[in-house]
Write a protein that binds this ligand. Structure first.
Ligand SMILES: *[C@@H]1O[C@H](CO)[C@@H](O)[C@H](O)[C@H]1NC(C)=O
Ligand SMILES: *[C@@H]1O[C@H](CO)[C@@H](O)[C@H](O)[C@H]1NC(C)=O
Ligand SMILES: *[C@@H]1O[C@H](CO)[C@@H](O)[C@H](O)[C@H]1NC(C)=O
Length: 496
């Protein structure tokens, strides 16, 4: 391997320092929607399936350190999203900083993937181009301390602490979700910030520089479920819930709802809780009328296990099926629905990496089922290839009479057509196929910090920005190329 333009660790000493830059002043955008997208993909798309042999090892060796850098960029996005919602920054500044963060992330990635470039010159010219992009996205009057901004300067942590401090002042501005700006997210053109006044805490992060909470404008499922119960005129204890993947039984973590089925159990719903991990022992005896199944299940035996428990409870119907096994989830749903389970609602986790119309389904694997959650790093590395994509879920559910009611960054809520007549105060997200792609953009892609959440991008050998930005046919072809290059064809299905 040849060294980079300024030595092997040039990317470490990247750029930038906010000394006395008045973030609140003079922040005209230098890009508008007609000028983007100017950012390159990292690694370049031509390298998918064609990584030089020693390159994989080289990128792997840098992983630990890169994760900590990516983590800081991610925290910056959380802080921006939190500040934007709380009215502490203007949308112009949020846009400029998100654009800057994307550019910064690209430089980090290029430093790590330099070995994919065939020659030193090719790498240098790509690097120089991305450096210009970074400079053009920096706030005006940015005091570059180096004459060679992308090869020397202070470290990322220092930049972070300066940025973070500036996000603390309260300007009392109107709060809004932080949408990625069009110069780094052209596919988000036309995706409107939801025009809803009320927000609910949705996820939280305890970072190095503070705690952040970002919210959702989706009606919380527990409110929908409660309205359903009132319209049906039943008591909470008359509701039947099946929870596949009950984890430790908790409903919330702080203010954030983690598991709607556990919440329903807390309110008195009866039903079945299934959990295979060792923490399932904490579930025994937790709820009076909930049967707990501890142990792994498969699509081949889930119907019998759930069916037996439901008949012990003399349950005639199911109101909610929640699935979050992080493994082949839609195959479990398919098995249950095919055998006649027809819950009013399904709340399921989905794989948000793959935009519609890509149908991705992880197959059930005996070997994987027993290892779930045991190795954090392995889990992270392979999380692109777990679960089922939005389109795959949509198809599975639609084939059994369900419509998509809501989508968040993590979950999809489906409603059975038999209860469609109830006035739940929401319309289902009909339409095909463009509207489901728009649903994906709005829930999984266009609002910070979803793109970088929990290291998805860091472990991908594909720049995930490329999928939504390409037209649907190319999107599918690229996903398929990535899928086979990572040796996933025997473990999962991917088609359009
Ligand atoms: C990249 O930029 C450096 C510093 O400005 C310059 O010396 C070098 O020639 C450039 N390389 C290419 C390939 O453009
Ligand atoms: C963050 O820290 C607070 C206490 O400072 C704790 O209550 C909360 O559970 C933590 N949240 C996460 C997501 O770790
Ligand atoms: C269900 O299948 C899983 C995976 O094959 C197996 O580990 C488990 O023992 C089975 N459970 C029952 C009750 O048959």
């Amino acid at each position: 391997m040849w060294p980079g333009p300024t030595g092997p660790n040039a990317w470490l000493r990247l750029v930038l320092v906010f000394t006395e830059v008045p973030l609140a002043a003079n922040h005209a955008r230098r890009f508008d929607s007609t000028e983007g997208p100017a950012l390159a993909y990292c690694p370049p798309l031509v390298s998918i399936g064609a990584l030089p042999p020693d390159c994989e090892l080289e990128t792997l060796l840098q992983e630990g350190m890169m994760l900590s850098f990516y983590g800081h960029v991610e925290e910056m996005e959380w802080a921006l999203a939190d500040a934007s919602e709380a009215g502490r920054i203007t949308s112009d500044i949020a846009n400029a900083m998100l654009s800057f963060a994307e550019s910064l992330s690209l430089m980090l990635c290029m430093g790590r993937f330099r070995c994919v470039y065939p020659t030193k010159e090719e790498f240098e010219s790509a690097w120089n181009f991305s450096c210009e992009q970074l400079l053009s996205r920096a706030p005006p009057n940015f005091p570059w301390i180096s004459t060679e901004p992308c090869s020397a300067g202070n470290e990322l942590m220092e930049v972070m602490s300066l940025v973070m401090q500036r996000l603390r002042y309260n300007f009392g501005l109107p709060g809004r979700l932080a949408r990625y700006p069009l110069d780094v997210a052209p596919a988000c053109d036309g995706v409107k910030e939801p025009d809803v006044i009320q927000r609910w805490p949705f996820m939280s992060l305890n970072g190095t520089f503070g705690q952040y909470v970002v919210s959702t404008t989706q009606t919380p499922f527990m409110d929908i479920f409660d309205r359903f119960r009132e319209l049906r005129q039943v008591m909470p204890s008359e509701l039947i819930v099946v929870n596949l993947g009950a984890h430790d039984g908790a409903c919330k973590d702080g203010a954030v709802v983690k598991d709607v089925a556990n919440c329903a159990f807390d309110l008195g719903a009866r039903g079945v809780a299934v959990e295979g991990l060792t923490l399932a022992s904490t579930l025994e005896g937790r709820w009076k009328d909930v049967l707990v199944h501890v142990g792994y299940v498969s699509p081949a035996n889930v119907t019998e296990i759930v069916g037996t428990a439901l008949s012990r409870l003399a349950a005639k119907h199911v109101d909610l099926l929640k699935i979050d096994f992080d493994h082949a989830d839609c195959f479990f749903a398919e098995a249950l629905l095919r055998h006649g389970l027809a819950p009013a609602f399904m709340v399921v986790e989905y794989n948000r990496i793959f935009p519609p119309p890509i149908r991705f389904k992880e197959r059930f694997s005996e070997a994987k089922a027993g290892r779930m959650g045991q190795s954090w790093m392995d889990g992270k590395r392979s999380q692109h290839w777990s679960g089922c994509s939005m389109q795959a879920w949509h198809d599975t559910a639609a084939a059994h009479g369900y419509e998509l009611l809501q989508a968040t960054l993590f979950d999809l809520t489906f409603l059975h057509q038999n209860v469609k007549h109830l006035d739940l105060g929401l319309d289902s997200l009909n339409g095909w196929p463009s509207s489901i792609f728009n649903t994906w953009l709005a829930s999984a892609y266009c609002f910070a910090p979803s793109r970088r959440l929990y290291g998805h991008q860091a472990f991908a050998s594909l720049d995930l920005r490329a999928l939504p930005e390409l037209p649907a046919d190319d999107r599918c072809a690229l996903a398929a190329r990535w899928w086979s290059s990572e040796g996933q064809t025997s473990q999962s299905e991917l088609y359009c």
